[in-house]
Design a binder for this molecule. Structure first.
Ligand code: GLA
Length: 684
């Protein structure tokens, strides 16, 4: 606490965040932005609480964690029902604790036994603040929670703001949208049981003067892989706020005596250096703090899905593996089709053991072949799913999400197992644990290939609507237990591509299969959106046959080299020239992947991406011509992220110039459609 009474300031390297109690004891946010020179510069909470007889404190003040109670007509963070049907929460400050970089503000209802703890963790070096809440029932009667957001943020009063977010659908994820916020509420959400292809739990707000390199941006993301909701609201007093948390749609949580409900964590940051810096701050945090194997270089992988689809067996995979090894692949991944009676998408999901016809001696002979070729072995699974035609479903038809009076809707011929059930969790754990114990498997692609329907849980111990949260908790438990048991395994998260790409899943998975769409031009756009949040190391990208014969292999490699490189084409069809060229690009990628996977990323334009090592000694520049160039106008860019004093050489150009000189010089690439380049930048 500072000198101002009951006032708190959180500071990171460049960012300040402050709130305090006003004279009537309401907790009010007073500042979020550039770090102030002195702590005494942060503004004090305003005096007034309400306005005329039509607007209570929630409308007028920038409440730090508004609850639905009193005269609250805007989006609250918390809504609860107490015994006797009282739906009115009145929170009062009780106490604070600070341990290291974590501040906890404890609030309490003035009458009912409800405690709400607001948690703040400052990540000083990452320049980010993490927030979450815990809600405790310390009485005897059950309290019904109907909304528990992780956080709300207020933007400086008087500004007019723009919201950037990512939207899409299967095969077309991560489209970046920027729109003005006007009076009312803009809702982004998922009701699909995953974080979803539709929207991503991430936002960026700017005040209208923002570019890739300059301007104020306020941004955040929710670490949650299930239903979520963000409400961006411009109030009738023209103030702007944005709340995020578990979706309250169809949500109810019975908080019984002594229980605590913990919200997912949200992470937020501010920068005055535009979109680019906001992304780099998140990239650093995700790469260095969140993902499990944060120091490990990702291997070049081959995935046989698009080559063999369900026609998987030892000889077909062994043939592909041989060529994969020749071109320099380091990890060979067998996708869907390897397990019990899986010959198409109509059967097998749930029966997680090798098919005895395709693999009469199990997976080991193939794995040994792959290992002898000096490659690791990886496998695809989709553990949350079951086909009606499977041993598992025949034995446990009641394990799926369902209502007994309704026919379960099939999607891709499959149904969703109820991950909230301990018996389902145990089954999945035991089957995957066995696979990993009996086989030398270094990598698992964990897929989830449909969205929810009939979210029923007839035997739920409490309200069935708790399924939305308990499903995700069950998923995290199984995945977490498997990770603990097999700490060396690298996991990839996939949900029909990028349907479950969020900060929650990245605590378990090291990388994400970004999209099933592998057309190079689409990929560039999808990767541009993905890079707003996620670092290149998490971005798995394959060269496939999607554009074979239409777009040069070099261009397709360059697109995939912008992330964690993989190959997914049918290598048996590739001719000698394609094999030789692939070998070249894979070895070239290996030389530069340290910079790509662990460096700073600069989106120079939609046609150009640059990566610089953290010490700014080495860099890689990618340039892509994605349009037919009728006017013959070249692609023009300015390099970024160089050390102004150091001298550099840029591949293809003769001069040796200082970083400052290069960054102020316009580079020009007069490329024709589908021409591309990967150019080395090196300190001289
Ligand atoms: C999903 C994935 C694909 C592939 C198939 C297998 O669509 O996104 O990469 O694994 O499932 O069925």
């Amino acid at each position: 606490m500072t000198e101002k009474q009951q006032y708190w300031i959180l500071e990171t390297k460049h960012c300040g965040y402050a709130f305090g109690l006003n004279k009537n004891g309401i907790l009010v946010n007073t500042y979020w932005g550039k770090r102030m020179e002195s702590q005494s510069d942060y503004p004090a909470p305003p005096e007034s609480d309400g306005w005329a007889s039509f607007n209570g404190p929630t409308q007028v003040l920038q409440e730090e964690y508004p609850a639905y109670g009193g005269m609250c007509f805007h989006e609250p963070c918390l809504k609860a029902t107490f015994e006797e049907g009282v739906r009115d929460v009145v929170l009062q400050f009780e106490s604070e604790t600070t341990i290291n970089n974590e501040l906890v503000i404890n609030l309490r209802d003035i009458h009912y036994p409800l405690k709400v703890s607001l948690h703040y963790r400052s990540h000083t070096d990452f320049d980010l603040i993490e927030r979450w809440v815990e809600v405790e029932n310390f009485g005897k009667e059950t309290i019904t929670l109907e909304r528990v957001f992780s956080a709300i943020w207020h933007f400086p009063v008087g500004g007019e703001y723009f919201l950037s977010h990512l939207t899409g659908r299967w095969n077309d994820e991560f489209n970046l949208v920027r729109e003005p916020l006007t009076p009312g509420v803009k809702v982004l959400e998922s009701r699909r049981i995953t974080s979803s292809h539709h929207h991503n739990p991430w936002f960026l707000v700017d005040d209208g003067n923002c570019t890739e390199d300059n301007g104020k941006v306020w941004f955040g993301a929710l670490s949650w892989s299930g239903n979520w909701k963000a409400t961006a609201e411009v109030t009738n007093f023209y103030t702007t706020r944005l709340g995020i948390g578990i979706n309250d749609w169809d949500f109810v949580w019975q908080l019984r005596e002594g229980e605590i409900f913990s919200s997912p964590h949200a992470i937020c940051g501010f920068s005055d250096k535009g979109y680019g810096e906001a992304s780099r701050l998140l990239h650093n945090f995700i790469r260095d703090e969140l993902v499990p194997h944060n120091k490990q270089v990702h291997k070049v992988l081959y995935n046989s899905w698009e080559a063999t689809f369900f026609d998987v067996n030892e000889p077909s995979q062994a043939k592909l593996a041989k060529i994969a090894a020749e071109i320099g692949v380091e990890l060979f991944v067998v996708d869907d089709g390897w397990f019990h009676r899986r010959n198409n998408d109509k059967a097998g999901l749930g029966d997680w053991w090798p098919d005895s016809e395709k693999f009469p001696h199990g997976l080991t002979p193939l794995i040994e072949k792959v290992n002898r070729l000096n490659m690791d072995f990886g496998l695809w699974i989709e553990p949350e799913m079951v086909n009606p035609d499977s041993d598992l479903y025949r034995e446990h038809p009641d394990w799926i999400l369902h209502y007994p009076t309704r026919q379960p809707t099939l999607a891709r011929n499959q149904m969703i197992l109820n991950m909230a059930r301990p018996d389902v969790q145990e089954y999945i754990f035991s089957k995957i644990d066995r696979l990993l114990t009996e086989n030398n498997i270094a990598f698992i692609k964990w897929d989830m290939n449909r969205n929810v329907s009939e979210p029923g849980w007839p035997t739920a111990p409490g309200d069935q609507r708790e399924i939305w949260v308990r499903y995700v908790e069950g998923l995290y438990k199984v995945w977490g237990d498997l990770r603990k048991q097999h700490p060396g395994v690298i996991w990839q998260s996939c949900s029909g591509g990028g349907g479950r790409a969020d900060l929650g899943i990245l605590k378990f998975a090291d990388q994400i299969w970004v999209s099933d769409n592998t057309f190079a031009l689409d990929r560039l756009r999808i990767q541009h959106g993905f890079s707003q949040i996620f670092p290149a190391v998490t971005m798995e990208s394959w060269v496939t046959d999607a554009d074979r014969g239409k777009i040069p292999l070099e261009f397709r490699f360059h697109v995939s080299m912008c992330g964690s490189l993989g190959v997914g084409g049918n290598l048996l069809l590739w001719d000698k020239a394609e094999i030789m060229e692939s070998t070249y690009w894979i070895s070239h990628y290996k030389k530069h992947r340290q910079v790509i996977q662990f460096g700073d990323q600069y989106r120079l334009s939609k046609k150009s991406m640059q990566y610089m090592s953290k010490d700014a000694e080495k860099g890689v520049l990618f340039v892509f011509q994605t349009e037919s160039n009728l006017n013959n106008s070249p692609i023009t860019i300015h390099l970024r992220g160089l050390n102004p004093e150091l001298k550099y050489k840029v591949e293809g150009l003769q001069e040796i110039l200082t970083g400052a000189e290069w960054m102020s010089r316009e580079l020009s690439y007069p490329f024709k459609l589908y021409e591309s380049a990967m150019l080395e930048i090196s300190a001289y």
